[in-house]
Design a protein around this ligand. Structure first.
Ligand SMILES: C[S@@+](CC[C@H](N)C(=O)[O-])C[C@H]1O[C@@H](n2cnc3c(N)ncnc32)[C@H](O)[C@@H]1O
Length: 217
């Protein structure tokens, strides 16, 4: 596990980010005081980005000022840590489930560097007026057409040379194929549009999932 990722504190086997809303928890995570700061434990069983770090991700392109488009924000678990890391940047969080949006809204309300957007990642035109050009795209939608979705959004919002994370759920693409086969197929499709930087599988934290990191050509 690399130990020099911007905004991530490593303590033994555990990961933490600096809590941007001290005294509050998002999903029951442990809080820890350290040198006048408050850290929040980042649980790899609850967040695929933390799982990817634990699984040996080498490249961590986030920094304090990163502007991020996050597709499939869910209840805001991972977003809250990305917002801690990109404390001087901005995270645009797209989610299409009104139920998840209710929780996401509360997470974003106290984090001034986040913008919750109720929208469908398949239709980026819906939110193009709300989103800036971004340094990083992060997608975790668990849908069959996840590669197409990433390409569509990258063409519209990702700066040339920007990085994109795709969290691939093999079973959402094809339950009958071996996960490694599905990951290879996704990588081949991505290669037409991006440079592949690295891939890590997320077992045992997330069964049959992989994190693929690419860079816009
Ligand atoms: C695995 S969950 C996300 C978990 C979240 N990324 C986290 O780590 O905290 C996938 C989410 O993607 C959302 N989603 C699926 N398809 C979508 C789409 N086309 N547009 C926007 N959100 C979508 C689902 O409603 C769900 O909340």
């Amino acid at each position: 596990m690399r130990k020099d990722f911007a905004g991530v504190t490593f303590k033994g086997n555990e990961l933490y980010t600096e809590n941007s809303v001290p005294g509050t928890r998002v999903y029951g995570e442990q809080l820890l005081k350290q040198g006048g700061k408050e850290l929040r434990r980042w649980d790899p069983f609850r967040s695929k980005l933390a799982a990817a770090i634990k699984q040996g991700l080498h490249t961590f392109p986030f920094n304090k000022s990163s502007v991020v488009l996050y597709l499939g924000a869910g209840n805001g678990t991972t977003i809250s840590h990305v917002a801690d890391i990109c404390s001087k940047g901005c995270v645009f969080a797209v989610e299409f489930s009104p139920r998840a949006m209710t929780d996401l809204f509360y997470v974003c309300q106290s984090r001034k560097n986040t913008v919750p957007i109720l929208g469908d990642a398949r239709i980026p035109d819906e939110y193009e007026d709300l989103v800036a050009q971004v340094d990083l795209l992060y997608q975790d939608v668990a849908q069959r057409d996840q590669v197409d979705l990433l390409v569509k959004n990258a063409e519209k919002f990702l700066k040339p040379g920007g990085f994109a994370f795709l969290m691939v759920k093999a079973r959402s693409i094809d339950v009958t194929k071996k996960p490694s086969y599905v990951f290879n197929e996704a990588e081949t499709a991505l290669r037409e549009h991006f440079k592949i930087i690295e891939r890590v599988t997320l077992d045992p934290y997330e069964k049959d999932h992989a994190c693929i990191l690419v860079k816009r050509k």
